[in-house]
Design a protein around this ligand. Structure first.
Ligand code: UDP
Ligand code: MG
Length: 317
């Protein structure tokens, strides 16, 4: 049975990698009898990524692309790609050659066996010690906070069946955390392991701040446990404060007014102030999300594309 596969590649400043990944993909794809399209989503690159993609598209009809008006982020790029992919199955992979192209065979085979999600899971060989420790820590914290099942090494590199794609597309939230969404939708899944690869050309686009933001995203887009944590901390602090007030009052009854305690005053003010600020911050996270969701802005704006003649702004109902 031959199927139609869409390979979805979000790309931000990957001009050097575009021709390479195309060649590598074609090498693998031509070994199969399945039909395919390669869909690049240029996420507002500032180098000549778009020109590279357009060059490929003008020579090869299986190359499709969308190009955003600015950098919207990898998540909107994936969403846009899923909206425009036409395949029976969609494989999402990075442009930087960290996702080995030969993996498309087990991915497609998994789909043909009847799995709706075939996940390529990476081991952490060759990764910096700090980075893999941090990732481990992140996933163990996430386990405590989030109901969806996130696994270390399982990212966006995976195959989704048409119905899994359609399900993901029904979730039009602006703050997206694909890893979580993919896990949340369920369906029967198969996991295939592969060896971690060093990045091809160019820099990783993730700064430490972006990683931390992504971590917060993961927790906050799936539940409101941190809000509850605030509440508990508040209760405990209040309880301790009341005990302390009784204690001082008792001391006052027994000993009369003692020397005003600078230390206790300042430390309690600071402690309470700190807790209040943290709580406000957490509430702010959620209020901010509500604010952005209610604005109902499009997730991305397309500027150039060779896919049909659709309206160039994609809005949700
Ligand atoms: N990417 C994107 N928009 C961004 C950042 C990254 O489309 O704002 C793409 C990037 O071109 C690559 C993939 O997302 O194809 C993964 O990015 P990167 O390699 O920087 O992340 P890492 O592999 O370090 O997680
Ligand atoms: Mg990468």
């Amino acid at each position: 049975m031959n199927i139609f596969v869409s390979i979805l590649i979000p790309a931000f400043n990957e001009s050097i990698n575009i021709p390479i990944i195309y060649q590598e993909l074609i090498k693998e794809l031509t070994k199969r009898s399945d039909y395919y399209e390669i869909l690049f989503v240029d996420d507002g690159s500032t180098d000549n990524t778009l020109e590279q993609i357009q060059k490929l598209a003008s020579s090869y009809s299986e190359v499709k692309y969308l190009s955003f008006t600015r950098n919207f982020g990898k998540e909107p790029a994936i969403y846009a790609g899923l909206q425009h992919a036409r395949g029976d199955a969609v494989i999402i992979m990075d442009a930087d050659l960290q996702h080995p192209t030969h993996m498309i065979h087990p991915l497609i085979d998994g789909f043909k066996e009847g799995f709706d999600q075939v996940i390529a899971q990476r081991n952490r060989i060759g990764e910096s010690f700090m980075r893999s420790r941090l990732s481990c820590l992140y996933y163990s914290i996430m386990k405590q906070f989030v109901e969806v099942d996130l696994k270390d090494g399982q990212g966006d590199f995976r195959l989704l069946s048409r119905r899994a794609v359609n399900t993901v597309l029904t979730m039009g939230e602006r703050y997206r955390f694909s890893k979580g969404l993919f896990s949340w939708i369920g369906y029967n899944q198969k996991v295939i392991m592969y060896d971690n690869h060093a990045r091809g050309k160019g820099e990783s686009k993730w700064s430490l701040k972006k990683l931390i933001d992504y971590g917060i995203e993961g927790v906050a887009s799936f539940n409101h446990k941190p809000l509850r944590l605030c509440l508990y901390t508040g209760f405990i602090t209040l309880f301790l404060a009341i005990l302390y007030i009784f204690f001082i009052f008792g001391e006052f009854l027994i000993n009369g007014i003692s020397v005003p305690g600078y230390f206790t005053t300042i430390s309690s003010v600071l402690f309470l102030g700190g807790i209040q600020l943290v709580s406000l911050g957490i509430i702010g996270e959620y209020v901010g999300r509500i604010y952005h969701e209610t604005k109902q802005r499009p997730l991305y704006i397309t500027q150039y594309s060779n896919i049909g003649r659709k309206k160039n702004v994609h809005k949700f109902k």
